[in-house]
Every structure is written in C-alpha cells, then in structure tokens.
Design a protein. Sequence first.
Length: 165
Amino acid sequence: MINKIKSNIYQLYFKQFGSTVYLIQLKQENKQKNILIDTSSKENKEELIKDLKQLKINPKNIDILILTHEHWDHNSNIQLFSKASLYKKDNINKLPIKDFQIFKVPGHTKDSIAILYNEVLFSGDTLFHNGIGRTDFPESMPNKMQQSLETLKTLNYKILCPGHI
C-alpha cells in the first residue's frame, strides 16, 4: 500500500510483517534521483515490486539505497536494487545528497541511523508514533537509547516516518 507523504516522498507499507519503505524522488543536476530508505522483509518482495510499479519505478531505477539498520525486516530485499549505491552506518557520510542530515542513533541497534530531510524525519526503529524501538536484542545498546532520543527531540521536523506503522 502506498501513502503519499509529500509531493516527492512516498511511504510503502505491507500486509506481511516488515518495515515500511520510503521512496524519495529528488531532482539533482537536472536528473531525477530515486532514493529508497529500507527494503522490508522477504515476505513483502512481490508487494514491494508491485507498489514501485504503481509509482512507475523499476527496481533497476533506484539510484540510492539507505538502510536505517541491519535487521532482516529492513534489508531483506537489497538484491532487487542491483544498480543502487548502498549506504549504511559505515559509509553513510559519503552519501552524495546534501539535503539529507544523517544522525547516528544507537539504541535499537548499534548501527541505527536517522535521516532528516525537508522537515521529515526517517527514524528507523529508534522512534515510533507511539513509543520507541526495542532494546532487548543482542545487538541493542539500551544504555545509548535515551541519548539518541534526546538527539531526535532537538530536530526540527514536522512529519515522523518510522520504520514500522
């Protein structure tokens, strides 16, 4: 299912368990860049392809793929986007999109990031509309979650786009 967040931002969410996926379409140097945040779980592969097709996007036309963290419900469809440049915590500082502000927000996982773009906060599994992400996984850092939430509280955003709805 598709929810239009802004004129160039779409939220894709699915019937099966998995993360939400966000499509951002940017004009850079007179060329459109298609950016995807997360890829959801393998159970949502066909629905993800169908939603992108409805938006007239071929998976091969995704230019940039950003992972908010390394959990399976966020990264299981990476292989669909074979032409996309992949950005995660370890190389996110090389992301060639100046309008994106990246924040490292450990807690849910040690590699969690959040992205602020045009007053929209993509929070992954750190912050939800009605709570925060779990911190009881082996890769969680519960002692860092409060500091990460404090960082997100200081940001100027109007729309929250979490990893799950």
